[in-house]
Ligand binder design. Sequence first.
Ligand code: MLT
Length: 406
Amino acid sequence: MIRMNSHYKKLKASYLFSDIAKRVSTFQENNPDTPIIRLGIGDVTHGLPEACIKALHNAVDEMAEDKSFKGYGPEQGYAFLREAIAENDFKSRGCAIEADEIFVSDGAKCDTGNFQELFATDIRVAIPDPVYPVYLDTNIMAGRTGEFLDGRYQGLVYLDSTAENGFVPPVPEQAVDLIYLCYPNNPTGATASRAQLQEWVDYARKNKALILFDAAYEAFITDPEIPHSIYEIPGAREVAVEFRSFSKTAGFTGTRCAFTVVPKDCMIYDEKGEAHALHALWNRRHCTKFNGVAYPIQKAAAAVYSPEGQAQVKALITGYLENATIIRSAMKELGFDCVGGDNSPYIWINGKSDSWEFFDRLLKAGVVCTPGAGFGRCGEGFIRISAFNSKVNVVEAMERIRKTLA
Ligand code: MLT
């Protein structure tokens, strides 16, 4: 008899965004005349930058000829892309990250979800609340939690992100081994200062812990004081892995390209307390389970770093940030407290009522948001609105929200 991994039984019935998609499609079936504006899942809506499209076309043509055709590439990514990333995303900001510490992949969702495979089942894990559900669900699947009681999984250390702490939790009093951080944050849109990140890095060094730092929304930072990378913080090379993505930066949600940085200074310990290089372990896992991102896609990603690519990406991001400003102002005018939207595409709104009820009210007006409770207990009472859509749709959505809530 084939037996299941019983930890799956502890999971909520479906993944948050699948759940929302189902509710939206039921609403649409019952209300075919209400056009829906989607400001729920953070999925980009604008076409790829021209520089990426050109690179993609050229690479596809190369694949047509025997002399330029590419079969399997290096699992970790082609040197042209890893070098461009190291130079532009890290060295230019004073971060000592080398090209061979970068692992190109097909998504930060997969990487943040898969990375926990390297760790023992009985490590102590700290997870923010609210949180991007992938970090939590993959640890549940791996058996690192107990049952779900009172809105929380037993055995985890929850890091409450609340209005009181500016949605940046302080380091816990107890020692933990693995810490998930995401800044600019999904879902709250809050950012962490240099001093706050330094506290986390110092804590991790003191406890021989590891930080998994999700920087997928880094490109939306406009405030020059806010760090873009954890490696801008002294000591981070020894205790932090960073996840980045081209999805939100350059519109690659359907194109798929991301990367993970595993510095060679990061160590992981066996049962005897002997240190092993995390880089070697991740490399072993990556080569075993992954055959690399398609050559044309890597070429398109590398084009992001060309001067035209940089200008086009900046224009995309500026457009989404303008939408974020429209959403923030509209919600503030309606009397709601908001965070995010200035250095992030997400606006986290205190709806002062049950999250799912608020979601349903907006859905009746044909606007999809994400109920905060779906991200954890601390998200109850909040909703998240995403700025990823056209300006016309965002303006129309705010108009509908005004009418519905008036
Ligand atoms: C979100 O809406 O939180 C994200 O789009 C989900 C993701 O990037 O996987």
